[in-house]
Design a protein around this ligand. Sequence first.
Ligand SMILES: Nc1ncnc2c1ncn2[C@@H]1O[C@H](COP(=O)(O)OP(=O)(O)OP(=O)(O)O)[C@@H](O)[C@H]1O
Ligand SMILES: [Mg+2]
Length: 1010
Amino acid sequence: MESALTARDRVGVQDFVLLENHTSEAAFIENLRKRFKENLIYTYIGSVLVSVNPYKDLEIYTKNHMERYRGINFYEVSPHIYAVSDNSYRSMRTERRDQCILISGESGAGKTEASKKILQYYAVTCPASDQVETVKDRLLQSNPVLEAFGNAKTLRNDNSSRFGKYMDIQFDFKGAPVGGHILNYLLEKSRVVHQNHGERNFHIFYQLIEGGEEDLLRRLGLERNPQQYQYLVKGNCPKVSSINDRSDWKVVRKALSVIGFSEDEVEELLNIIASVLHLGNIQYGGEDSGNAYITTDTQIKYLARLLGVDGLVLKEALTHKKIIAKGEELKSPLNLEQASSARDALSKAVYGRTFTWLVNKINVSLAYKDETYKNASVIGLLDIYGFEVFQHNSFEQFCINYCNEKLQQLFIELTLKSEQDEYEAEGITWEPVQYFNNKIICDLVEEKFKGIISILDEECLRPGDASDITFLEKLENTVGGHAHLTTHKLTDGKTRKVMGREEFRLLHYAGEVNYNVNGVLSCTHSLCVVHPQVMCMSDNKILTQCFDRAELKDSRRPETAATQFKTSLAKLMEILMSKEPSYVRCIKPNDAKQAGRFDEVLIRHQVKYLGLMENLRVRRAGFAYRRHYETFLQRYKSLCPETWPSWQGKLADGVSTLVKHLGYKPEEYKLGRSKIFIRFPKTLFATEDALETRKHSLGERESHVSHAVVVQAWWKGILACRRARRRREAANTIRRFIKGFIYRHNERCPENEYFLDYVRYSFLMKLRRNLPKTVLDKSWPTPPTALIEASERLRKLYMQNMVWGYCKRINPEWKHQLEQKMVASEIFKNKKDNYPQSVPKLFVGTRLNGEEINPKVLQSLGSEKMKYAVPVTKYDRKGYKARPRQLLLTSNSAVIVEEAKLKQRIDYAALKGISVSSLSDGVFVLHVPTEDKKQKGDVVLQSDHIIETLTKVAICADKVNSININQGSITFTMGQGREGIIDFTSGSELLVAKAKNGHLSVTAPRLNSR
Ligand SMILES: Nc1ncnc2c1ncn2[C@@H]1O[C@H](COP(=O)(O)OP(=O)(O)OP(=O)(O)O)[C@@H](O)[C@H]1O
Ligand SMILES: [Mg+2]
């Protein structure tokens, strides 16, 4: 709406609440006129949509239009039937509340077109699944069928709905239409037997005759000429230029299939339609006695065949009535007039009930089948006749106007209530609105015992000579004093002139209407239907459903049509009350069905009858305009320096700052919780005008802004291109990678080379991150198949390199240590049990320092350099006694010392060899030559540091290869050619002792590592 606020002079206001003079009917109509001239047929009164029939196709119902209104705020776009549809749909979806759209207006105002537009909007814009597609089709296709059977050409409308329709569209939780249900109200059955001049019967009759295949017509006994049928010629216009019955027939036939009618059902339905035409052609003649008889049997024959009834029984039913006298059922002949009306009553009953059957059948087809849809949400569409006033108004007009009276009551109640609710929600004090409450009229019609319908019922059902006139008299006696009712008898002279004697006048909310009581009793009394038992006997399956046998047995007096209508209306009100309503008020611009003609008198009449001024008064009672803070601030923020270009604080504060800056007076507006309320349109218009002026001054700045926008757009474009390129490349890489993976075991080929390169690259990168850090670290990443050989070479190279680097960094001391360890390894590794324990222990320079060796010993060694000294145990050659000794290694010899005495010196040159066991003991033998007289034989010693001691001996004496490691026992020389034996065994602890066999027995402890 905001978008067109500025064009208000030319196209009027989009919402009547913005009319300056909102109480002026002239201003209201002038606004409608301005808009109508510009082909703007829709205008709001708040949330109510007023629609003026354009009588021409406007390009405003395209798919694009539907899209434009989808999900958009009601006021952001110009008023449209789609905006109302969308608003209801979204409220249903978001608030989970059932909705209804009430469409009203007089005949030809565009109600049915509006309801079809709504249905199409949902069919196109709502989500759908495959299954739902058929429901959408059925919902749409129900229209041509119902229109064929329920619509007719009238003077006012070439496609006038002659019944009221309420249709529920059911939606599932995803918002897809899943089913529907139709309620029909008060079909104008009298049209079946009579049409006013210039009007037609229901479309289906003409469609069948014009469009039905030759074969079909033959079966039905019909001719292709509507003039042949009495029921089709009353209005004297069986052919209408605006209606193409032949093509409509095809549409209807197709729609019947879509809805799910079987061929048999269609045949039976058409049998009934044809029967009605045959019934209409039955001619009566009068006997002398005055009794009526049927002149020819032709129609009876057809009827008997088409309806599957006995011809004689039917004939009798059409010429006799049943009377009950003294508890006995008797047949009494009818006179000519009675017989014709009996025939017509039968035709009406058959057609009326068939129509109800048709609606039920459509309902079965639209019913949602799936259990999971149980909790469907609903949007109801009410397309119901508007207020009607003719020269002669009958019982039907009475019902129609009563219905409108009820709807008006509901409308006022709900509009007021929603206004009150909004004020309460916004925390604004409600100011009571004066309006006319039409409850008094509704009560006059429907109140129990003293309402018009009750009085009518009573007259219908009472025994005796009840007639239309007695009904009128009773009315005068019971409610004659009511302010809204008068009769010819009760009224004053002036009114009496314009009233017939058989009329009563009701003062409706929309105006006065005179109702003629002629035929009221026969219309309402359902017993007037002739012999329903004949129809119960029919072979036609539809008729047997329409005329239930149980009905005949029910001895209770059936409800009158008036009461039935009242009950169904009460139910309708209940349905509507349980939903959130939206309103579409349709207006017809002229009686000539012409485009572009705005008949002011006719429109004023409708504005009055639709109660639009009352509606506007209620809506305008407080404030003309209200908007959410955000919307308001967004539109007008440029008018205040503090709110322009953007307001950072709370929205309410922003709006408050803005309106203060604009100079709004306190009485002109109110701030609610989320909305601003503006009392007068002129305040809003002044703000609008200020905005227009501001826009011009902003225009220049906007041109700078627009340059910046161009640069921005370019830059954004470049960034987007880059992003797109990167994405493309990434996709290609992934593609190549997947292909390479598939071909990874093949020879190198274009398909896998990228993958293989990648695998190599990633292995090398992984290797780089996981290279061993020390020479002892043996870990190495597992290479891919293609790199096994290269990986091994690399590993070796790397290890060599690491060892070389290690060696380069080593110091002399450590080098010496390692050299000794190398020697020890050469001698003992894998040969002597306690070698592994020695590895981590560093070899020391000497185990005895200068103070621990007797000075005399040192003195006697003279200049000989001492390289190593260690305490040892010596075992005597005889008796193997253990003696503590020191073993000193000099540059030339090994010396065994006992305190100050040099007990034995063995020159390295004379050292023949050294023997040790393979076990963990520390016993060793230094072998010396036996021929050397100076020596007393081989020496048996024991050291706690055997590996270190012997390594030192081996190095000093250069006897690395002369160390024998023995299993089991060692033989040694004791001097003078005698030999001794040392036996080695393993045990729990070290034990060295002389054994009984004279050998030295050494028990070496078992080590855990073994
Ligand atoms: N929005 C519209 N655009 C174009 N033509 C329209 C529109 N609404 C109605 N008409 C025209 O007006 C005719 C009458 O409209 P419609 O049948 O909807 O009236 P109605 O209010 O349902 O009348 P009734 O009460 O007699 O059923 C339509 O056949 C169509 O030609
Ligand atoms: Mg209609």
